[in-house]
Design a protein around this ligand. Sequence first.
Ligand code: 5AD
Ligand code: SF4
Length: 453
Amino acid sequence: MTKKLYISTYGCQMNVYDSARMADIMAPLGYSLTEEPADADMAILNTCHIREKASEKTFSELGRLRKFRSARQSRDDSDMIIAVAGCVAQAEGDEIMKRAPYVNMVFGPQSYHLLPQMVAEANRGVGRILETDFPVEPKFDHLPDTAIDTNLSAFLTVQEGCDKFCAFCVVPYTRGAEFSRPARAITDEAKRMIAGGTREITLLGQNVNAYHGADADGEPVSLARLIKDLAELDGLDRLRYTTSHPLEMTEELCQAHRDVDILMPYLHLPVQAGSDRILAAMNRRHTASDYRHIIEKLRKYRPDLALSGDFIVGFPGETDADFEATLQLVRDVGYSQAYSFKYSPRPGTPAAGLASEMVPEPVKSERLARLQALLNEQQIAYNREFVGREIDVLLEREGKRDGQLVGRSPYMQSVFVPSPAHRIGRIATVIVQEGNANSLRGELKPGSVADAA
Ligand code: 5AD
Ligand code: SF4
């Protein structure tokens, strides 16, 4: 008998990857995915702790699930297992167990390979389960081989956790210490993904460029080396990696952007702020000019590299002059897209203790609006530059309109084209006709993509 599994995913790509792995692990137990929480025999909230009010949001979502469960119980006596996973579970597991006594299980990002056991225990009515240790044996060793992403464009986790301890960030506490998977496990997984139909792989890690997994002899392998090895695999057309830290942008990795043809010309390299004083207070361990030099070097090797970043405005102690330095950095670098946030304190992080230096909310809002206006302007200008040009697009899926497909350019833009659906999975040349804020529109270049399978 099939059971229904509902997974609600918040936050980063790593959580998207983890949710997919949880679904894979649950499939042999007879669970298939549903979009409808009301129908679910089991519901998992895969939470994110980075955003503001993360725990309140989790509790309100849990309240909603609890209602669905009651409705099921009064309708036909069926039950629902309610689980909280991810970074809020890791950081606030005890609190969730206390405040939401109807939750069956709470487990952190390093424990989801234990799902079959936990579900069996829940079904036996063993009691509630809290699993927030960082198991010494990495979960990757316990994931079934079938638990892989075989989408056309798919994610592959190569590294998890972070030892950087930026003063604002919870990741070192929720995802734990830096851990790199062995190189062989990654190339094997990539081969299986390609055999399953994947053509583009994005290597994932909270600090992906700190990757240093072991080879067969136990020697460390760099991310650049790993990228070169993966680029040799037959059938793989595109590689990307995210998210990186400036400190680990080694010469070798910068050069890979020149030397590895399937490494796409797009890099997400967060800088967070443009003032050295604030960068130091953030414990970023680099200056704005270090960052500028890295960008210069990358562009020397790959002149068309598209850059994306993350920014925080209103970090404790940030003055108008500090904020101006962030705007100036953005003007100097030029981003094709970026993410920007108002600083908000995360319990347990060093910056949360700087209460006396907190920037007032209206000042933060005003700075964010100005930064976003500048970033939007850059993004639109960037996309408009493509009008009239030809770019390669991996056609991934149907668009919202009939007869329309959408895919990504090498530079990570979403590109919409009129095309029959059977071309999904192909890399086509598109002549760009329109460059908008968030996407490009164009037409397939005649003859650029063969029709026969
Ligand atoms: N406040 C605001 N933004 C934050 N980020 C991480 N922690 C915080 C915080 N406490 C942002 C950073 C990071 C991105 C994933 O989220 O910019 O790079
Ligand atoms: Fe958080 Fe900094 Fe580590 Fe990124 S590098 S995950 S921002 S601590």
